[in-house]
Design a protein around this ligand. Structure first.
Ligand code: ADP
Ligand code: TRP
Length: 325
C-alpha cells in the first residue's frame, strides 16, 4: 500500500501538538508496513510566508521534527516539495480541468478570506497544487487531519475529470485516512490548534515556553470544588497523553468536583514533557548535523522522482503534450 502526505512548512513556531497527533504520529506509524512518501510543502508555504530565510529554516525544522519523531529515511521517503518541480507542471494540467466553482467552495480558502487574509491566486489555487502533490504518485491512502478532507475530495474530483476528459485512467482516486481517536486538537483558546491562530503549543519549544503556553490554556471560572466539564480544552489536551483507562478515572474524578484546573495543567505539562522528552533529545542531536538532513532530503527526492515519472509521462501522453527526452 502506498501512503502519501505533506506537511506545510509555514510559521515560525515549529510543529505543534495538532501536527503531531493529527499527522506526524500516523505517518511514522505507517512507515514499516507501507510504502510511505512524505514531503515538506514549501511551495505551499509561499501562500503565507514571504521570507526566504525563514522558509529555508522552516524546511529544516520540519525535517528535524519528522526525523526526531521517528521517521526512518531507510524506509519512508522524505523530500522537499520544491525539489520536485514537476509537481507544478502537473498542477497546471489539473488546473485546466478544475472548475472555478470547485475552488470557490473550498472551506479553507473561504475561512482564510473570512479571517481577513488578503487572497491571491496562489491561495485560491492551493487545492490544485495539493491535488498534484497527491495524484503524481497514485497513492492508495492519504493520511490527513479532518480539516483536509475537503481538499482530498477535490483531488479525487480533479483526477476523475482529467481521466474523463482524456479518456484514460491516468490517475487513481486517493482515499483519505483520518484518525478516529484524535479528530481536531484544540489550541490554547479552544479553537482548532493552528499556526494561523497563534494558539499552538510547539512540540520542541524550550521548556519555559511550553509551560507558559500550558498555563495559558483557557478555562472557565468554575471553583475547584465544583464538578468540571470534561469537554473543556484543558481536559482534551490532557487526554492526548493518557491511556483510555487513565482518562476514565481522571474524568470521573473531575466530574465529582475537587479537581482544580491548575492541577490539571500541572499534570498536563508533566505528561507532555515526558512524552516528547526522548524525541527532544534526538532532535538536539540531529540539529548538530544539518548536512545529514540535506542528504536525507536529496536522497528522498531522487526516490520520489522515480516513482512519479511514469505517472507524469502518462498524463503528458494522454493529453497530447510533448515527450521530453
Ligand atoms: P496549521 O493549521 O497549524 O497551519 P498545517 O495546516 O500545517 O497546520 O497542518 C499539518 C498537518 O497537521 C495536517 O495534516 C493537518 O490536518 C494536521 N493538523 C493541523 N492542526 C491540527 C489540529 N489542530 N488537529 C489535528 N490535526 C491537525
Ligand atoms: N494542505 C495540507 C495541510 O495544510 C498540506 C499538504 C499539501 C498535503 N499537500 C498535501 C497533505 C498532499 C496531504 C497530501 O496540512
Amino acid at each position: 500500500m502506498r501512503i502519501l502526505s505533506g506537511i506545510q512548512s509555514s510559521g515560525e513556531t515549529g510543529c505543534h501538538l495538532g501536527n503531531y497527533f493529527g499527522a506526524i504520529r500516523q505517518h511514522v506509524a505507517h512507515q514499516s508496513e507501507h510504502e510511505g512518501i512524505f514531503f515538506i510543502a514549501d511551495y505551499h508555504s509561499m501562500t503565507t510566508v514571504r521570507d526566504a530565510a525563514l522558509r529555508r529554516r522552516m524546511v529544516l525544522d520540519v525535517a528535524l521534527d519528522y526525523l526526531a519523531c521517528g521517521l526512518d529515511p531507510a524506509q519512508a521517503i522524505l523530500y522537499r516539495q520544491s525539489d520536485l518541480a514537476e509537481t507544478c507542471e502537473l498542477a497546471w494540467m489539473l488546473s485546466t480541468v478544475t472548475p472555478m466553482g470547485l475552488l470557490q467552495r473550498a472551506h479553507s480558502y473561504k475561512d482564510k478570506v473570512a479571517q481577513g487574509v488578503q487572497a491571491d491566486h496562489g491561495l485560491f489555487a492551493y487545492p490544485v497544487l495539493m491535488a498534484a502533490d497527491i495524484l503524481q504518485f497514485n497513492p492508495d491512502l492519504v493520511p490527513v487531519g479532518q480539516d483536509q478532507k475537503q481538499h482530498l475530495e477535490m483531488a479525487r474530483d480533479m483526477a476523475q475529470r482529467f481521466n474523463h476528459v482524456y479518456e484514460r485512467e491516468v490517475f487513481a482516486l486517493p482515499e483519505p485516512l483520518i484518525p478516529k481517536d484524535v479528530a481536531v486538537v484544540p489550541g490554547l483558546d479552544g479553537r482548532k490548534m493552528s499556526k494561523t491562530y497563534e494558539n499552538t503549543i510547539g512540540m520542541f519549544w524550550p521548556a519555559k515556553r511550553v509551560k507558559k503556553a500550558v498555563m495559558a490554556v483557557v478555562t472557565d471560572s468554575t471553583p475547584v470544588e465544583d464538578p468540571k466539564d470534561t469537554d473543556a480544552t484543558v481536559f482534551q489536551l490532557w487526554s492526548l497523553f493518557a491511556s483510555p483507562a487513565e482518562r476514565e478515572s481522571y474524568f470521573a474524578e473531575a466530574r465529582k468536583g475537587g479537581l482544580g484546573y491548575g492541577h490539571v495543567k500541572q499534570d498536563l505539562l508533566a505528561r507532555l514533557m515526558d512524552y516528547f522528552g526522548p524525541m527532544r533529545e534526538r532532535r538536539e542531536e540531529l540539529a548538530k548535523r544539518p548536512d545529514d538532513v540535506e542528504d536525507v532530503l536529496s536522497q528522498g527526492v531522487a526516490r520520489a522522482r522515480e516513482l512519479m515519472r511514469p505517472i507524469l509521462s502518462a498524463a503528458r501522453d494522454a493529453s497530447g503534450l510533448g515527450r521530453p527526452a
